[in-house]
Design a protein around this ligand. Structure first.
Ligand code: DCP
Ligand code: MG
Length: 597
């Protein structure tokens, strides 16, 4: 996966792709008023700079030469006005372009997040988290550059160059041609620079992606690193990744260090040419001193937009690559389909039936094979089996986290694919094997921020599963802050909270994927009691590891390598002397002895 991750970041294509651009522009559409306004301001402000050397020319040739104080004053006022106007417009421009950029990427971020939420779990099994996060952060950020400075500022640079050329040729054609004679060198140099910088930036990005994914994995697995004393090895690995990243930056900076002085040098040569040729012409009186002055100023002005344009090229290119990746994610249609006219079951009895169900995560690699069973309303069914037998998969398909390949699953006689996904999941509460708590408060983790669940319900659920006692002993009780992944709570406490969460929703069908991790005896008993209370009056499927849960079940399904091997209650299965009997012998017998004693 790591390699695939990197290759996707490495791709850097064209700076302009009309199809991508068209699609990007749809995001600006709601704000096109701002775009046109910004472009309009750009044209004006682009003219103001080049206007000043022209005014200088008039001042020198018309008024200073003829000692006209009033005229000189007028030019002075005009110069000042143009400067103030420019500052004022620049302020608007900066504000509006950033406003535009932020608005558009806000919309895009929303769209991307909403889209990601709709994707099926199948997608997340195959996509590294880091990659999705990069789409919503880095990639979107590079579009901000495009939307704010890119699109609008390209106009500004082009217009400045056009205005300068217009003024220059209007004043003196020959001198203009002499000044512009350095242009081919400049264009060639810029072209070369752009190519080199593009390559080195690609390196920078690739090494950054590596650094990020390394850091992410390392921090997540910090406890394992510390347990196995792998700090030194990991430090060395990090050192290599870090120095690669540094070297790629230094290389990129190197090209800048050559390019910028290079542009200065070329512009100095242009100035030299103006003084040499223009100065000669002035002495021969075929050129005025004012024009010479103006040209010297234009030369200084001319090179900045050209240099900036090459930077805009980079912005465009990065933005194109980013948008391609973003659109690829937006175009991903790994959805769990919803029926057009869903069947509304009304009040559910809670009958569940699997009919010859076949299911595979990957094509044709069946994890569940020809599964058939029926659970009557109110019954508790325990599922047992070795690790990897397909127990979790069985419940994953019941809530349509994944769709099955063959057969059908019926709830109250209705195929679950004919029901609305949201409705279906409302009837079924699932307590997952790995408890997941969100950062927030204990209260918000129980109610899942659902305002329909009143405070009393939250507390009574917590009381019923036996979580209230420890929550009540916390300094802030139900308002106690839960850190990311619930890191500040014990495994047993997290489990009790997840039980309270399932109960608060008061589901007709309850699914419990018991965690295998062992907790202390007191918590064990607490959890056991909590489970018993959870099961009352509902249809339940329990993937059970605890002896008493299994013994009290109405029916036990024994799974082995994706197939149902045995069904029956505890006594029947023991009498059968099959897999269940062996499992019981291996795992549960000792426990029973300990418990009984
Ligand atoms: N599997 C997969 N892709 C997933 C999840 C599981 O390919 N996203 C595979 C791994 C196993 C098989 O499916 O070979 C069955 O996995 P289950 O999670 O259903 O196994 P159990 O829940 O029975 O195992 P455990 O008791 O360890 O929880
Ligand atoms: Mg499991």
């Amino acid at each position: 996966m790591a390699n695939e991750y990197n290759t996707e970041e490495e791709v850097l294509g064209k700076a302009y792709d009309s199809k991508l651009m068209k699609r990007l522009l749809t995001y600006i559409k709601p704000y096109r008023k701002y775009v046109f306004f910004a472009i309009f301001l750009n044209i004006i402000v682009a003219a103001l700079g080049p206007l000043r050397p022209y005014l200088t020319e008039i001042a020198v040739d018309k008024y200073i030469a003829k000692s006209d104080y009033n005229g000189l004053l007028l030019i002075g006022v005009l110069l000042l006005t143009s400067l103030l106007l420019q500052a004022f417009i620049q302020y608007f421009l900066t504000y509006y372009t950033q406003y535009l950029g932020q608005k558009t990427i806000f919309d895009l971020r929303e769209q991307l997040f909403t889209h990601t939420q709709k994707l099926a779990l199948r997608f997340f099994d195959k996509t590294p988290i880091g990659r999705i996060v990069t789409r919503v952060t880095n990639d979107i950020e590079s579009l901000n550059d495009l939307f704010s400075s890119g699109i609008v500022m390209i106009f500004s640079d082009v217009f400045i160059i056009l205005w300068i050329l217009a003024f220059m040729f209007f004043m003196d054609v020959k001198l203009s041609l002499v000044t512009l004679s350095v242009l081919p060198v400049l264009i060639y140099g810029t072209f070369l620079f752009r190519r080199k910088v593009r390559e080195s930036y690609r390196d920078v990005r690739m090494h950054l992606a590596r650094l990020n994914s390394y850091m992410q994995e390392h921090i997540t697995g910090m406890n394992i690193v510390q347990i196995f004393h792998k700090q030194k090895d990991e430090r060395e690995k990090f050192y290599r990744i870090n120095s690669d990243y540094r070297s790629s930056w230094i290389k990129a900076v190197f090209y800048y260090a050559i390019f910028y002085p290079g542009v200065e040098l070329i512009s100095s040569i242009a100035i030299g040419l103006i003084i040499w040729y223009g100065g000669g012409e002035t002495i021969r009186s075929s050129l005025t001193i004012g024009i010479l002055f103006a040209f010297l100023q234009y030369t200084e002005m001319f090179f900045r937009p050209i240099r900036d344009l090459s930077e805009k090229y980079n912005i465009m290119q990065t933005a194109m690559a980013s948008s391609e990746r973003i659109f690829k994610l937006l175009d991903n249609k790994t959805f769990i389909s919803n029926p057009e006219n869903p069947v509304i079951p009304g009040r559910l009895k809670g009958e569940i039936e699997f009919r010859n169900v076949w299911f595979a995560y990957n094509e044709e690699e069946y994890v569940l094979k020809d599964i058939s069973f029926k659970i009557n309303p109110g019954e508790t069914v325990a599922i047992v089996g070795a690790t990897g037998a397909g127990k979790t998969s069985l419940i994953n398909i019941l809530t349509r986290f994944y769709d099955i390949q063959k057969g059908s699953i019926l709830v109250d006689g209705i195929d679950i694919r004919a029901m609305d996904k949201k409705e279906l999941r409302k009837y079924i509460s699932t307590v997952l094997q790995d408890v997941f708590l969100f950062s927030g408060t204990i209260r918000s983790n129980i109610s899942m921020d659902n305002d329909d669940i009143p405070e009393e319900k939250i507390i009574s659920s917590a009381k019923l599963v036996g979580a209230h006692k420890f929550i009540d002993s916390l300094p802030k009780k139900y308002d106690e802050i839960v850190m990311e992944r619930g890191a500040t709570l014990s495994v047993g406490q997290k489990q009790l909270i997840s039980f309270a969460r399932a109960l608060a929703y008061d589901p007709q069908i309850l699914i419990l994927d018991e965690a295998t991790s062992s907790v202390d005896t007191e918590t064990e008993i607490l959890i056991q009691k909590a489970i018993e209370k959870l099961l009352v009056g509902r249809t339940a499927i329990v993937i059970a590891h605890r002896l008493s849960t299994i013994q009290n079940a109405d029916k036990i399904i024994v799974m082995h390598k994706g197939e149902i091997r045995e069904t029956g209650n505890h006594q029947e299965l023991l009498a059968n002397r099959g897999i269940y009997y062996k499992l019981y012998q291996l795992q549960y017998k000792d426990q029973e002895v300990i418990r009984v004693s």
